[in-house]
Design a protein around this ligand. Structure first.
Ligand SMILES: NC(=O)c1ccc[n+]([C@@H]2O[C@H](COP(=O)([O-])OP(=O)(O)OC[C@H]3O[C@@H](n4cnc5c(N)ncnc54)[C@H](O)[C@@H]3O)[C@@H](O)[C@H]2O)c1
Length: 438
């Protein structure tokens, strides 16, 4: 465990943020950071840029910005690197994604056009709906991993980076369960050499990152780094990892509302969630294999928050359905509906309806920024292995095998801020507050 107030290496030099996949989320993130650097927009939705953290007593009046409290990389020190199966540069890809307005992108064209994706490690067996052309070839998966390691080393040298972090913003792969080859590093490496089908492309990127001394965050629900072999490698190399699946629209809502229902001991008969989405992510998720991975990630949150085993009268056997329908006219502007059948005093039924007209990548971009900066902070603080304090950002938070994941957004936020207080040697905040009345 990391000691209270342990030394944190300064954020000196450039930080390379390597995004796998340069689709809607990555381009919205990169263009957003460039726009913020030029003072064309504000970093809304980012805790590292906008949130404060209370220190000491409520009467102390100490609430610095998080970025002034812990040493984070400055936005001006970030350099972006990407891989994608399509060769278009970040300007073209952002235009194609259609999330941000053309007028804004045109102002950022000089910066964005320079970002050209490196050729991807891709296999259509894992993402059925995509046909890429900008793809590496090699005799086996180990050779592909070695090519990625070379990319990472070349990027670091060419861009004179002091440190790197990698964030998976690539498409959701088909559902894979943990298998024997994922158990140890030796069995994983053997499987890489033997082209075993249990090794998905995202695992090859994670392996290459961890072998190259680069922290890895997983923004999709794929298994990826959440296997014993890669967790061992992360621990052995002293590297932080976190995941899975950015918590943005409907699941973010769920992890705010469900704790509220449980807090008031209100029951749940059912929760029906449906979405229409028209971007490339929606198209990929139209494939049953990729949807299954997403569905597993979206379904688990209510069970963990509501604890039917502890409160069977309230939460036994509630129905929970999640649907995503690919509907091209909406593009990235998803619409998510929730119908929630609850019951109260004496069992009387009530309903809650939510219609969230959100923008998927607008919600995801600040998460990518925060994860990149916090993973770099974790690395400089000597934190290794699973970073549970970053659960706040994920639909399926990774946690120690002996634990269940914490999904409640408010507990997650407290965990995140208390971790920052711990790192800086400040008292943790318990919200007890009795001392004010003595
Ligand atoms: N709110 C959100 O947008 C949100 C929330 C949670 C999770 N996610 C996940 O984040 C990921 C990115 O979402 P998006 O909307 O940007 O999707 P997108 O389809 O616009 O972009 C994904 C990109 O990854 C590329 N890609 C696929 N496989 C690759 C590989 N092996 N190597 C390199 N590139 C590869 C694709 O070509 C594509 O350009 C998806 O998995 C999505 O499910 C998004």
């Amino acid at each position: 465990m990391i000691e209270k107030g342990a030394e944190i290496a300064p954020a000196k030099g450039k930080l390379g943020v390597l995004c796998v996949g340069m689709g809607a989320v990555t381009t919205t993130f990169i263009a957003g950071v460039e726009a913020i650097k030029k003072d064309l927009a504000k970093p809304i939705g980012s805790l590292t840029q906008m949130a404060t953290i209370r220190l000491g007593k409520r009467t102390d009046g100490r609430s610095p910005l998080i970025k002034d409290f812990v040493p984070l990389a400055d936005l001006n020190d970030i350099v972006f690197g990407t891989w994608d199966i399509f060769a278009e540069n970040a300007y073209e890809a952002a235009m194609h994604a259609g999330v941000l307005e053309k007028e804004l992108l045109v102002q950022l064209k000089p910066q964005l056009s320079k970002i050209k994706p490196m050729a991807a490690v891709f296999d259509q067996n894992y993402v059925k709906r995509l046909h890429g052309t900008h793809v590496k070839t090699g005799a086996n998966k180990m050779e592909l991993a070695e090519q990625l390691m070379q990319d990472i080393a070349d990027f670091k040298r060419k861009n004179k980076c002091a440190r790197l972090v990698m964030v998976w913003c690539g498409s959701t792969e088909v559902f894979i369960k943990e298998q024997p080859v994922h158990k140890t590093l030796a069995s994983f490496e053997k499987a890489l050499r033997e082209n075993h089908k249990a090794i998905a492309p995202s695992m090859i990127y994670a392996y290459a990152a961890l072998k190259s001394g680069v922290p890895f965050a997983n923004g999709a629900p794929n298994l990826t780094v959440d296997i014993p072999a890669l967790l061992d490698l992360a621990n052995k190399n002293g590297l932080p990892v976190c995941g899975k699946d950015f918590k943005t629209g409907q699941t973010w809502m769920k992890t705010m509302l469900a704790p509220g229902l449980k807090a008031r001991m209100l029951g749940l008969h059912g929760w029906y969630s449906t979405n229409i989405l028209g971007n490339r992510d929606g198209e990929v998720l139209d494939d049953p294999g990729s949807f299954k991975t997403k569905e597993e990630s979206k379904l688990s949150v209510l069970e963990y928050i509501l604890q039917p085993q502890v409160y069977p009268e309230l939460y036994d056997n509630f129905s929970h359905l999640v649907r995503i329908n690919y509907y091209p006219p909406r593009g990235d502007n998803k619409e998510g509906w929730d119908n929630i059948d609850i019951f109260g005093w004496l069992g009387y039924p009530m309903q809650i309806k939510i219609d969230f007209l959100c923008r998927d990548s607008i919600l995801a971009a600040p998460i990518v920024l925060d994860l990149a900066l916090f993973m770099d902070l974790a690395q400089r603080s000597g934190m290794r292995g699973i970073q549970e304090w970053l659960s706040f950002y994920f639909k399926s938070p990774m946690c120690a095998p002996s634990l269940y994941p914490e999904h409640d957004l408010f507990i997650q936020l407290m965990k995140l801020k208390n971790t920052l207080r711990h790192l800086r040697g400040e008292e943790l905040i318990t919200h007890l507050g009795l001392e004010y009345y003595d």
